[in-house]
Structure formats: C-alpha cells, structure tokens
Ligand binder design. Structure first.
Ligand code: 5AD
Ligand code: FES
Length: 345
C-alpha cells in the first residue's frame, strides 16, 4: 500500500490524525490526489445519491460592526454604499425563491444587530406564511438573541470559525475572539439549530497544519454543514495585495471534510465559482451536495462584494436558479426540491 492508501484506510477505520490530514493536504498534484477525490465522491454518492440540495440566499444588509481584514464589507470600507433591505423586500425575495424551487431561505448579512427586529419579523413570516426552512448567517449574538430567533422559526445557523489558528484568527479579526466564536457555535447547537461552520483556505500565513487542526475541530463540533471557500483578495481591504490561491487546496480540504464527516452538508460555494469558472461543478463532483443560488435583488448585489470579481453580480434577477440547475447537471447530479434537513444527527 502507498502512503496515501494507508492514510485513507486509517481515516476509514476512524484513525484520524493531524499528521495524516497534513500529509494528504500536502499532496502537490491532482494526479496523486485522485484516490482521495475518488473516495470522497463515492462517500457523497453513498449518502446523498445524485441529489443536490438548493438553498437560496438573500444578502439583506451589508452594514457591519466588525473589521475583519479580509472582508470587503468590513466597517472600515467607506467606499461601499450601505443598504438594508426592507421587510417587504426580504419577503418578496423569499417568496420568489420558493417559486424557483428553493424551500430553504438563507438570510445573510454583515454583523448588524441593529436590524434584528426586522430580521425576527422576516423569520416569523417566512416560517409561518411561506412554510420554508430558514438559515441565518448574521454573525455573533448573545445566547438570548439566538434563542429568540429559533423561537421565531429559524432552523439553521451558519457561523464560520474562519480558522482555528489562534494567532492567525487574532491577526485577521482585530475586534473578535476565537474562544467566543467557539462558544457561540456551542450555544447554537445546544439551542437546537442545525449548525454550519467553515473556513477560508489560502489565508495569508495559514499553514497546512492549521487546516488539519481546523478539520480536527470539525470532528469535535460535528456540525450539520461545513461551508468552505478559497480566500480571495478585495481591493479595498488591508489584504488587497495578497495573492489568491488555485482552487486545488480548497478542493482537497472539501474532499477530506467529506471523508471525516460523511453525512454533513457541504456546499459548492460562490467563492469556489469565483476562483474557477467551473469551480462549483468540480466541488459537486468530489463531495459537495448543496448549492446556494443568489436571490438578492439585483440593485444591491454590487454592494455585497466580500471579495473582488464575485460572480452573479450583474446577472438578471432569477438567473442563478437556472444556472445552478445546469451546474448540478454538468456535475452528473440533480437539484431536489426539499428542505434538506441534516442527516448528520
Ligand atoms: N474571500 C473569501 N471568502 C470571504 N468571506 C469573507 N470575505 C472573504 C474573502 N475576501 C467569507 C467568510 C465569511 C463568509 C460569509 O464569506 O468565510 O464567513
Ligand atoms: Fe448566479 Fe450562475 S449561479 S449566474
């Protein structure tokens, strides 16, 4: 057996170590990594068949109280025109998304607690009137606020850990704390949310060993969903001069997450589609099972650029739904109309 085969077998037998993960993440070519991609594709097929869950996303506010170094809508960026969608606009987008076949609405924003009252009302109405599953992706809050949202009808919560490397986390998040972020994730789980977390791959100063540690953290947390994407520079942030990576390191990380958390929901993310034109297809082929078409009204999209060259900015409203259907098909899969509750329980 080769080193790769031995390590893969170890993972299958539940023997997952930092050394093993670091070794696989360090494989330099796709050719050599192929046995891992084959296995992650197989594991995905075993649990999800050819199904791809669709989760429409509405980016309803780009106000943010944080100054994360990588993010294009961080509060220090004065070049962004700030917006908040009205309750009616949010409900209209959710209703349109339902017509297009997404029974889950992801409500995402910068960290904008000042708008929580409206979001709470939106959650209630989407839950009661539209009977859709609701995912929130709105950052850190006090436990009491998380509780209010779940009482109102929210089902899921996405909060990426971004990196579990203490030094790197501190450097990237001047006004944030890794331990507090971890606590939020535990609170969300305890409250009964289906929790999603994730990281960026290719962050400045991020080592392969640090990604291996992130993966071990995922095993401990056992989230319902893990969203990952390549770090992409934004021209109006302190990391503007950092070079973007190739999609390969992100695909390697995704494949390993499929192996260590076989039943988790793994999205083919917008950042993957930005770094490579067929990035989301590639992701669906090697283990992703979720896709998130954009349902933010066209006039706001330009103002929700977390990184440069983000896709779907000038597309006609509604186009992403058809486009993601084609992407699933090109990957040999099909979109299913389902709330797609987690199998990882
Ligand atoms: N490049 C890639 N991903 C980014 N995100 C934020 N800024 C960037 C960037 N410059 C990701 C973060 C965040 C998610 C909503 O978008 O991981 O959690
Ligand atoms: Fe938005 Fe393709 S998914 S245009």
């Amino acid at each position: 057996m080769t080193g790769i085969e031995k390590t893969l077998k170890g993972i299958k037998d539940g023997n997952i170590t930092k050394d093993g993960l670091t070794f696989l993440l360090s494989i330099p070519t796709r050719e050599e990594f192929k046995p891992v991609f084959d296995e992650s594709a197989l594991v995905c097929r075993r649990h999800f068949g050819d199904k791809v869950y669709i989760r429409g996303i509405i980016e309803f506010s780009n106000y943010c109280r944080k100054s994360c170094l990588y993010c294009g809508i961080n509060k220090a960026n004065r070049k962004v025109g700030r917006y908040r969608m009205t309750l009616e606009e949010i409900l209209e987008a959710a209703s349109y998304m339902k017509k297009c076949g997404s029974l889950t609405a992801v409500l995402q924003s910068g960290e904008d607690p000042g708008y929580d009252k409206v979001v709470l009302e939106a959650v209630k109405r989407i839950h009661e009137d539209l009977n859709m599953a609701i995912t929130l992706s709105i950052g850190e809050r006090e436990p009491a606020v998380y509780r209010e949202f779940i009482k109102a009808g929210a089902d899921r919560y996405l909060l990426r850990i971004e990196t579990t490397d203490h030094d790197l986390f501190r450097r990237l998040h001047p006004d944030d704390d890794l331990e507090y972020r971890k606590k939020c994730l535990i609170t969300l789980k305890k409250l009964g949310y289906e929790v999603g977390t994730g990281i960026m791959v290719g962050l400045p100063g991020q080592s392969v060993g640090a990604i291996a540690d992130d993966l071990l953290y995922f095993i401990k947390l056992n989230p319902a969903m893990v969203g990952i994407g390549p770090f992409l520079a934004h021209q109006d942030t302190p990391l503007r001069n950092h070079k973007n990576t190739d999609i390969f390191p992100t695909l390697k990380t995704l494949a390993l997450i499929r192996l260590i958390l076989p039943k988790s929901n793994l999205p083919a993310t917008t950042a993957m589609g930005t770094i490579a034109p067929d990035g989301r297809q590639q992701a669906l082929k090697i283990g992703a099972n979720v896709i998130m078409p954009n349902f933010t009204p066209s006039k706001y999209r330009e103002s929700y650029k977390l990184y440069d060259n983000k896709i779907c900015i000038s597309e006609e409203y509604g186009k992403c739904a058809g486009c993601t259907t084609a992407i699933a098909k090109a990957a040999g899969k099909r979109i299913v109309k389902s709330k797609g509750y987690s199998k990882n329980t």
